[in-house]
Design a protein around this ligand. Structure first.
Ligand code: ASP
Ligand code: MG
Length: 431
């Protein structure tokens, strides 16, 4: 049965500094009477900053402890701006950071991904502590919930796969009861705990997914993501001058868009919501009264062309060494390697003696290992600095516009979608 519970998710931009956090509190004042579970991301770019700590720890070029100290100071500065008497909060900030400080003292025999999660997860723990303390100061009663006690995954660090059964059990047992008390429940996006009970993350930008997990397991009435844009747009406003807001989207359209790399919502977010027909809203924290975008079932809309640009693409042209055809057993072998190195194929094309794929450089080290292993069996030509452009509901004119000053390396057209892997025409050769 659907309950009167709402799930909100506030992303990094909405809590990036003291002023932004005050704005979040103002929005929440309008929901005092609701049963609300609030998922919060790390502040601003602090996840990127924490990644620098990880790099420094492994490269040993810089002192990882100094970078962490700097991050700690930034958080303390914001907490001071929000709460003058912040000794208690400062203590809690130090307490959250202490285990990572200890971890940085000595070399570890655990792998990169494990260490990464222990460090990078600090962002959400800190942001939620600060937001929670400030809400309390503003007389907004709330309960800080450690998401690691609730969201359970396997041991795939940096990309934990949710164990839905135990997560559901934890939510039914603990979160429902918390929500029944007066006040909001505030928790972290992006993090959970592994089978061996260590902190794990769900993959970059995973806080939307966290909100969807809670929405699903709580049978929420709706889920809202608060962003710095008025809703879902027809293109990235940083890349295109003319973009429009889409008022209504079907789950299907939303899952397609995010699958092709639209950055507005994490691609894993839609499925749990669709499975329980939970409506989702993308709303603006700058204009909280605005309509935003509604995502749900049975939306029968006429969609304008939507353009998704994915940078940092690489094309691998994989060919047999002995001029034999690329046959099924080769493909099966190739895909096993893609699975082993957790590399998602964005586009592919099969030719007589070669097979071309386009992938995103997410983790250069992992990709290099994949290419080296492929090279043991095949010839591999690597083409870098490419862009993958996907246009949903394309028109000829949009395609022409996107192709300007570009060389198309790979193209595929299906009914509602065209995808093109492209390279810039060098400036000197442009007409
Ligand atoms: N803080 C994490 C990230 O930046 C998760 C999120 O923001 O969704 O990737
Ligand atoms: Mg973030």
């Amino acid at each position: 049965m659907r309950k009167n519970i709402k799930v909100f998710k506030f992303g990094g931009a909405s809590v990036k500094d003291a002023e932004a956090i005050r704005n979040v509190a103002n929005i929440l004042k309008g929901y005092k009477k609701e049963q609300l579970l609030i998922v919060v991301s790390a502040m601003g770019k602090s996840t990127n900053a924490l990644e620098k700590v990880v790099h420094a720890f492994f490269d040993k070029k810089e002192d990882s402890k100094d970078i962490l100290k700097e991050i700690q100071n930034q958080h303390i500065a914001i907490s001071k701006e929000l709460i003058v008497e912040n000794a208690q909060l400062e203590k809690e900030i130090s307490k959250i950071i202490a285990p990572v400080n200890r971890l940085l003292q000595k070399e570890s025999d655990r792998g990169y991904d494990f260490i990464y999660d222990q460090i990078v997860s600090l962002g959400e723990l800190l942001s939620t502590k600060i937001v929670s303390a400030f809400l309390s100061k503003e007389k907004l009663t709330n309960h800080w919930l450690d998401a690691r006690k609730i969201i359970k995954t396997d041991n795939t660090y940096r990309e934990g796969n949710v164990n839905w059964e135990s997560t559901q059990r934890n939510i039914s047992r603990n979160v429902n009861a918390l929500l029944k008390k007066s006040g909001f429940v505030i928790t972290q996006g992006f993090i959970g705990s592994s089978e061996e009970k260590a902190t794990i993350t769900l993959g970059r930008e995973g806080s939307d997914f966290t909100a969807a997990i809670f929405s699903y397991c709580l049978d929420a009435e709706s889920m809202s993501i608060w962003k710095d844009v008025p809703g879902i747009l027809t293109g990235d406003p940083r890349l295109f001058k003319k973009v429009e807001k889409i008022d209504r989207l079907s789950y299907k359209e939303a899952i397609e868009m995010t699958y092709y790399g639209a950055k507005v919502i994490h691609p894993k977010t839609i499925k749990p919501l669709q499975n329980k027909s939970i409506p989702m809203y993308v709303k603006s924290f700058v204009d909280p009264g605005g309509e935003g975008t509604f995502i749900g079932a049975d939306v029968d809309a006429f969609y304008p062309p939507v353009v998704v640009v994915e940078r940092e693409q690489v094309m691998l042209q994989i060919s047999t060494k002995d001029f034999s055809f690329v046959a099924e057993h080769h493909l099966s072998f190739i895909f096993k390697l893609f699975t082993k190195y957790r590399t998602k194929v964005n586009m592919m094309q099969n030719m007589a003696i070669s097979f071309s794929v386009c992938v995103t450089i997410k983790d250069l080290e992992r990709l290099t290992k994949l290419i080296n292993e492929l090279k043991e069996t095949f010839n591999v030509v690597v083409e870098k600095d490419l862009e993958l452009i996907t246009i949903r509901h394309y028109h000829k004119s949009v395609i022409e516009q996107m192709k300007k000053h570009k060389i198309v390396m790979l193209e595929e057209r299906i009914r509602h979608t065209i995808q093109m892997v492209m390279k810039d025409v060098p400036k000197m050769e442009r007409k």
